[in-house]
Design a protein around this ligand. Structure first.
Ligand code: NAP
Length: 245
């Protein structure tokens, strides 16, 4: 249970992030739902409140230091502490390396990797004073394996795992654990536009024979966010149906 724990979830407007926010709320956490437009998380906040939980919407671009500072101060003003940070916000700008524009590289790295750096640095300051924290970074199976057409995305996710391990070492003395969850192919907007042929080829590579659901990822995040996971840090937990092991 996460009763009265305060959790910031970035990229909570849809897909995996929204599911993580819903799941942590059902475990008792108070939710700070972050996306680039506060309106996009308004229905999530209403839903959590209707179910007896507590949540706020915060507008922040995780790649902007000023927005991230505001995100942390909004969480503190609303709930007085920050126990859990889920660095979930992420984007793709897929194209072959030979055609990749500098802007494709910078934009993906700014959101997926620098965003996690900024959010972690700001939230960990609060967690350090509390001597308690759980930070969970959402990486990806393709950060582990590499993927054609995703050099920028894979580099951002591989880099995020380096950040995870370094932060796990640095913040351990403050009783803050830092872990990652590496989803495989999950049914969200990010994967919905794949042609049917590509989807069936991908499913054939997955021992469990199907794409995962956002709930599969949320359950792994909830475990790493719990008190029971207090002796796990620097770990990358794969939720990929066995496609990479
Ligand atoms: P999604 O459906 O495209 O949702 C992405 C979320 O990130 C949205 O809520 C989006 O909010 C938010 N976001 C994007 N840029 C942001 C920014 N600069 N600041 C704040 N929020 C921002 O993606 P998803 O499939 O749920 O993926 C979630 C995470 O899982 C990502 O890190 C992704 O890399 C990772 N992942 C996904 C899969 C998969 O198969 N789907 C597999 C492995 C890893 P707005 O656009 O509304 O602002």
């Amino acid at each position: 249970m996460l009763t009265d724990r305060v959790a910031i979830v970035t990229g909570a407007s849809r897909g995996i992030g929204r599911n993580i926010a819903e799941h942590l709320a059902t475990c008792g956490a108070k939710i700070v739902a972050v996306s680039r437009k506060a309106d996009d998380t308004a229905d999530l906040v209403a839903q959590i409140k209707q179910q007896g939980g507590d949540a706020i919407s915060v507008q922040a671009d995780v790649g902007q230091a000023g927005d991230v500072a505001k995100m942390v101060s909004s969480a503190q003003e609303a709930f007085g502490r920050i126990d859990i940070l889920v660095n979930n916000a992420g984007i793709t700008r897929d194209t072959l390396m030979a055609r990749m524009k500098e802007d494709d590289w910078d934009t993906v790295l700014d959101i997926n990797l620098k965003g996690a750096f900024l959010c972690t640095q700001a939230a960990a300051k609060v967690m350090s004073k509390q001597r308690y924290g759980r930070i969970i970074n959402i990486t990806s199976v393709v950060g582990q394996m590499g993927n054609i057409g995703q050099a920028n995305y894979c580099a951002s996710k591989g880099g995020l795992m380096g950040l995870t391990r370094s932060n796990a070492r640095e913040y351990s003395r403050r009783n803050i654990t830092v872990n990652a969850v590496a989803p495989g192919f999950i049914e969200t907007d990010m994967t919905s536009e794949l042609p049917e042929k590509v989807r069936s080829e991908m499913s054939a590579q997955i021992p469990l024979g199907r794409f995962g659901s956002p709930e599969d990822v949320a359950a792994a995040v909830a475990f790493l966010a719990s008190d029971q996971a207090g002796y796990i840090t620097g770990h990358e937990l794969s939720v990929n149906g066995g496609m990479y092991m």
